[in-house]
Design a protein around this ligand. Sequence first.
Ligand SMILES: Nc1ncnc2c1ncn2[C@@H]1O[C@H](COP(=O)(O)OP(=O)(O)OP(=O)(O)O)[C@@H](O)[C@H]1O
Ligand SMILES: [Mg+2]
Length: 235
Amino acid sequence: MSGHLEIRGLQVRFGRATILQGIDLSVLGAPLSVVGRNGMGKTTMCSALMGMVSASGSAKLDGKEILGLGTGRVARSGIALVPQGRRMFPSLSVHEHLVLVAQKGNPAWTIDRVYETFPRLAERRRNGGDQLSGGEQQMLAISRALLMNPKLVIMDEPSEGLAPVIVDHLIEVLRNIATEGMGLLLIEQNLRVATSVSEQVAIMVTGKIAATLNSAELAADRDLQNRYLGVSHGH
Ligand SMILES: Nc1ncnc2c1ncn2[C@@H]1O[C@H](COP(=O)(O)OP(=O)(O)OP(=O)(O)O)[C@@H](O)[C@H]1O
Ligand SMILES: [Mg+2]
């Protein structure tokens, strides 16, 4: 098995503020979701893992330390990030975006496979990044990460702003990724997505993991949801 991520004591400070206060998480052969309200530190954790902000503690991919490597080497070691809020190049077409990251040889994820998985992107292959709907942009962002054929993919709120029918398709795609042995660390505020994709859900509260729960348990327990997530969840 590959794509194992073990995070221990991950800390990030911005000036005097300690934004991540010692995160411990493991992605070991099954997807893991991390949920939490706005401003709790989810994106900061993603940035720290990718080497985009400096952090202390440890994060190991298949036993090898990735903290301190820098973004390029983290990516080459086998981690891809789907950043929050997408960010496509307006002047590049869908197809050009994909060609930029597609790998040679015979990898698991090819442009053909992307078009089979997301028929809508095939239809829009000549359209520019600025002509895509939010859902199409998110599919493109996910496709770019998959084309890197990483050992582990980190997705930062992929369902944000998507229509419910698109969210259903996203859930299906994420479940398939998970069955193929690619590691998945899924950041979500949509509890339905988190609990449908992973069996375990970690809850981040002000830069700490407050609890790790079974998806079924969390999905069924309104009190738990209210305690950790407040009212803005699960749409
Ligand atoms: N570059 C920065 N400098 C200082 N503070 C920052 C910086 N980036 C984020 N923060 C602060 O760190 C905290 C965590 O922010 P972060 O973006 O990680 O939260 P989040 O859980 O991803 O929220 P959301 O769900 O809204 O995306 C917030 O209080 C934010 O204001
Ligand atoms: Mg965020």
